[in-house]
Unconditional design. Structure first.
Length: 400
């Protein structure tokens, strides 16, 4: 998630300051301060559109591999404008206008001139250009279980096409990995490259799925998911506006009512990635290396969960209801989907689509269920509106 979006849901500067100060204390043993404005040393510039916090003293060509994903757009004119922006946005004097903030880090015994920060949902990534490594540390005030899950899955299963962790300190909330390079799948120009990248990412997931397959009656699994949602709602959402809380409960109840009609059906669950989208599949065109990253949302879910996140573009709220309707229509027309999972989604087991929406509700709630995120409805409300649109469409179809 880009800095410009993080600002909308949290007090970004405060969280970055507190998290970085804690990390440096644990990692370097220094008591440092992170303040806004120019300082005597370790001055960093913030570009929220390129999602970078980089040293003012860095050689700008060192940022090239970190900004290349923003160069591509299907439109020639937009691509040209983006190339111009990316080049000049990190160069004087234009970066004076492109930067959104200046941060200074004082009190460090070690120079941080080779560190570039890339903030994320629950953690912050340091690209250590000097040592060609990455360091990932936990964001203060967030759910540490996401951070722990990322580490656990990657260390336990040693998946192909997944960066290996080379050092860690779980107690202090950081781990280190080799630096990887590549473009997200949706930024690749060549169709063949996209196909290769997707194929390797799917291979990694199939390897994971084979490690932990469980079969349930749908009503038993439904009860498990429903209980988790209730727990999160009661612990973290009681203070949101009543109408919004009621809307969440109504969506939950509707999805559960639909699924109860299939109570005796079978549900297959596996350990899923949880955020299987193009932005998390990196591919290096030159080396043909592929990397499936960001395992924070890994958890046991229905076998088609990852495939549906990808196929429905579920991480983009806008237009989800239309994509869902089109997908369902093709299923009813005899299409078979998600075969790469080693299972097949057809009209006969289309209840998995409804189950997916309920599982995704749980993911959405867990993602923002921390005090550090003040605007819990910022990303949740658009998703709820799309699901309600799906509900209305299905009810209208039944009536007709």
């Amino acid at each position: 998630m880009k800095i410009e979006l993080l600002r909308k849901r949290e007090d970004f500067e405060v969280i970055f300051r507190d998290s970085l100060s804690k990390f440096i204390g644990n990692y370097l043993g220094d008591v440092c301060q992170v303040v806004q404005g120019d300082g005597l040393c370790n001055k960093f510039l913030v570009n929220e559109y390129l999602n970078l916090i980089y040293p003012a003293t860095i050689k700008r060509n060192q940022l090239t591999t970190l900004t290349q994903e923003f160069l591509w757009n299907e439109s020639f004119y937009r691509r040209l404008l983006q190339k111009i922006y990316v080049y000049f946005a990190v160069r004087w004097p234009f970066e004076i206008f492109a930067r959104s903030n200046v941060l200074s880090i004082s009190g460090c015994s070690t120079s941080l001139h080779g560190w570039v920060f890339i903030p994320g949902n629950h953690s912050i990534r340091i690209i250590d250009l000097v040592n060609n490594q990455c360091i990932v540390f936990y964001k203060q005030g967030f759910n540490k279980s996401f951070f722990l899950m990322d580490v656990e899955v990657r260390e336990k299963y040693l998946l192909p096409y997944v960066p290996k962790i080379i050092d860690k300190n779980i107690e202090n909330g950081w781990y280190k990995e080799d630096r990887i390079t590549g473009l997200p799948l949706n930024r690749l120009r060549c169709v063949e490259d996209r196909g290769r990248a997707f194929g390797k990412a799917c291979e990694s997931l199939r390897y994971l799925y084979a490690k932990k397959i469980t079969y349930h009656r749908l009503d038993d699994y439904l009860s498990t998911v429903s209980d988790k949602i209730e727990t999160v709602l009661k612990s973290s959402f009681v203070e949101i506006p009543h109408d919004s809380y009621h809307q969440i409960k109504c969506v939950k109840s509707w999805l559960e009512d639909v699924l109860k009609e299939y109570a005796n059906k079978e549900v297959v669950t596996v350990l899923t990635h949880g955020d299987f989208q193009p932005a998390n599949i990196l591919y290096d065109v030159e080396s043909e290396d592929c990397w499936l990253i960001d395992w924070e949302y890994a958890s046991a879910r229905s076998v088609f969960y990852d495939a549906l996140v990808f196929d429905l573009q579920a991480r983009a709220n806008r237009g989800l209801s239309k994509r869902f309707a089109g997908y369902l229509s093709e299923l009813e027309g005899g299409e078979v989907f998600c075969a790469w999972t080693q299972f097949s989604l057809t009209e006969n087991n289309s209840y998995y689509l409804t189950l997916f929406m309920l599982e995704d509700l749980l993911v959405k709630l867990e993602e923002v269920a921390v005090p550090a995120i003040a605007n819990k409805l910022g990303s949740l409300k658009p998703w709820l509106d799309e699901v309600i649109s799906i509900q209305r469409s299905l009810l209208k179809s039944e009536y007709n």
